[in-house]
Design a protein around this ligand. Structure first.
Ligand code: SF4
Length: 376
């Protein structure tokens, strides 16, 4: 698995060098460190790193984030979304998943670690008070992997302690790493959920280079559960090939042999999907890519997806397999149509708000012991 050790050059804004997050990266050994004073200076340094032949994922940029630290998942037009909220901690990722939408950012180079996210706690506090919500699901792994640098950045521990004391938050750290050992002794784990994206060994080796193996991910989940955390898993994206259903069934089997089902709060299912432009980008930059061997069609939100019958087969088979082993776990589909919800789950959902309400009610009823302290 790739780790922080694969970073060869750190470019840092001189004005953030003393922030607690940047300072922890700047003491790393065996990494070249170069400062810049403004965006023009950074641009020159990025050009230099490119011309020195350093791959994008081996350059780390430390700078302040000037965008929105806390936001709602943008979802997908016309699709039912779970109304997840995001904390932006970092942009881009050590790992190189073939299907990753970050590949659409053609001109992006380097991984950018934001150096001060402390104000996000006030933003979340304000949001909870304004909306009078008693529970919200928030994650950090939308534009990055939640834990890939975490033993250095210390972001997760800080947020775990915030979630436990603030209440009203289910905080999800989503990862394809096994980098959790520095978090096992957190003093108060209420409100935190560790989540792993899972796939078959075939798909991991073809499409998820640099990530932890299936065995490493499941072992990390076992350690997290033994330490007292609740868990979640994501079979997303499911990528089909000859015999894929048997292989996914074997993964689910192995998972529930090792992980106690009563610690698994939710599992998502999602067929692989892309904007059509992604296909062209991959064809041009990665002509050997095997992601598009199966038939796909553009759906209502403009994304390429497997045909409806194929998606139904994926969701109904995986849902049945999971329910047999984990009847209390909330199983849901990420970005699917209301018709698919009716067909697979026999649920009439006409909006994302309805799914969110159903999701949170399910958790409250089935996992009262996992619910965070009430919002203050
Ligand atoms: S782990 Fe996630 S963010 Fe990282 S490359 Fe894979 S899909 Fe993209």
């Amino acid at each position: 698995m790739k780790t922080i050790n694969s970073i060869r050059r750190i470019l840092y804004d001189s004005s953030v060098a003393d922030t607690s997050i940047a300072a922890k990266f700047l003491v790393l050994e065996n990494v070249e460190k170069i400062s810049f004073d403004n965006e023009a200076g950074l641009s020159l340094l990025l050009d230099k790193a490119r011309s020195d032949g350093i791959p994008s994922k081996e350059v780390l940029v430390l700078k302040e984030f000037r965008g929105r630290l806390f936001q709602k998942c943008p979802g997908s037009m016309g699709m039912i979304c779970c109304n997840y909220y995001l904390i932006n901690t970092c942009f881009d990722c050590l790992f190189g998943c073939s299907y990753c939408f970050l590949r659409l950012y053609l001109n992006s180079y380097g991984i950018t670690q934001f150096t001060d996210i402390s104000s996000v706690k006030d933003e979340i506090d304000f949001f909870l008070k304004e909306t009078k919500r008693d529970l919200v699901r928030i994650g950090t792994g939308e534009f990055t992997d939640s834990l890939m640098f975490d033993q250095i950045s210390g972001i997760a521990l800080d947020l775990i302690s915030f979630a436990a004391s603030r209440g009203g938050i289910l905080l999800e750290f989503k990862t394809k790493s096994d980098n959790i050992d520095h978090l096992l002794d957190a003093a108060d784990k209420r409100g935190t959920v560790f989540a792993w994206s899972l796939n078959t060994p075939v798909n991991i080796s073809l499409f998820e280079p640099g990530t932890a193996s299936l065995e490493e991910r499941i072992s990390a989940a076992v350690r997290a559960s033994a330490a007292g955390y609740f868990l979640a898993f994501h079979f997303d994206p499911v990528i089909i090939y000859e015999g894929y259903l048997e292989d996914y069934a074997a993964v689910i089997d192995e998972l529930f042999k090792r992980v106690p089902a009563d610690r698994v709060l939710w599992i998502s299912l999602g067929g692989v999907r892309f904007p059509p432009s992604f296909k062209e980008i991959l064809r041009y930059r990665h002509p050997d890519e095997k992601l598009f061997l199966d038939e796909m069609l553009v759906s209502d939100d403009g994304k390429l997806r497997y045909l409806k019958l194929t998606r139904k087969e994926i969701y109904s088979t995986l849902n049945d397999l999971i329910r047999k082993r984990a009847p209390r776990t909330f199983v849901y589909m990420c970005m699917e149509t209301s018709g698919m919800w009716r067909d697979i789950f026999n649920l009439e959902l006409s909006s994302s708000d309805m799914l969110e309400e159903h999701f949170l009610n399910h958790l409250k009823q089935n996992f009262p012991d996992a619910m965070p302290a009430p919002a203050d």
